[in-house]
Write a protein that binds this ligand. Sequence first.
Ligand code: AMP
Ligand code: MG
Length: 410
Amino acid sequence: MSANAVFPKILSFEDARQVVEEHALQLPPGRVERLELLEAVGRVLAEPIHADRDFPPFARAARDGYAVRAADLTEVPAQLEVVGEIRAGAFFDIPGGLAPGQAVAIMTGAPAPRGSDAVVMVEYTIARGNRVEVVRSIAPQENIVAQGSEARAGDLLLPPGSRLDEAATAIAAAVGKSRVQVYRKPAVAVMATGDEIVSIESVPGPTQIRNSNSYSLAAQILAAGAQPRCLPVAPDQADRLRELLVAGLESDLLLVAGGVSMGKYDLVERVLAELGAELFFTGSEIQPGRPIVFGRIRDRYFFGLPGNPVSTMVTFELFVRPMLAALSGMKIRKPVFVYARLRAEIKSKTGLKRFLPAILSGAFERAEVELAGWHGSGDIASVARANCYLVIPPDRPHITAGEWVPVLLR
Ligand code: AMP
Ligand code: MG
């Protein structure tokens, strides 16, 4: 073994993922900034958001109809005296509260008057001048949302680490947070390697390949809410590789695509090791993506992703995503697989957990999945046809049509 040889450390998918998550959990909190709410959509909250008042702030009518005392309607039909009308946004007070035998016409979103304990839907009433006939009885609290039943003033509604999706954005808006403190987007350096790789502006020679990996990774990074920084393509030459790796390590995370397999010119691991990298694993028992590398140089983490374009995309999903989530300030979650029925049988190589491009379809509750047609780890057309990855356990040479199979959404 030469001085620069890297001792291989191949982990199962679950163990490799666990290693990434453990490191991700140790990251110090990121830098923060304050943004207008709409600019912050998709970002991760760096501050907690509390209810500034009760939600709802008053007992709210959930239907158009009549605010009543349920006890008046134990026998129906019943005649009630209509003593007023309350629209949403209006306030109406009856001295002493609603008296027995009385009702108030009320609209959805309006405050139920004191003394009332239910709202009868207008569909179950017949208006007769200043009286109303109610044809159905009602249980107390029906169609009234009690004050503070959704949240009490001061309750924590969103902890730091929540991504501002539409629901979280609604909460921020509802409590009047027009500006919010969020984490800055992590910068992710992307470096493609390989003597055969040329820029997408050039016409490739007969043995050259355009650099698609920098672009697929940038697309995944952007979709994950981070900022890609694409470096020039590194040739399979140690000095230039080192120079670009050092530049890449200025970002919050470095992704190197290619050059991590076992070929004679796969220099990435060796050069990283020379730069003082700790390598936490140098492969995982998965396909595509087996040569995935994860490590750290001082306090900067990096991944060496296999250069085959499908492997690059899959290993991003499986391993880079949790690190990026943590760098964005989010809590990390285990990957969640959903289950769908297999449309057509699969014969598969055993030994590795496989994540194959697949098409999830089927209407409503009948999820079905089939392989997208797979011609190996270079087949980006297959991923483009696909909308998920079908997960094949390492010990299943044959899966029959109709079986429930795990699927990783993307
Ligand atoms: P490597 O991981 O360097 O052994 O590369 C494996 C395969 O992926 C080779 O066929 C490469 O030509 C291809 N490949 C590597 N890098 C890229 C890239 N940036 N864009 C497209 N294909 C690539
Ligand atoms: Mg290469």
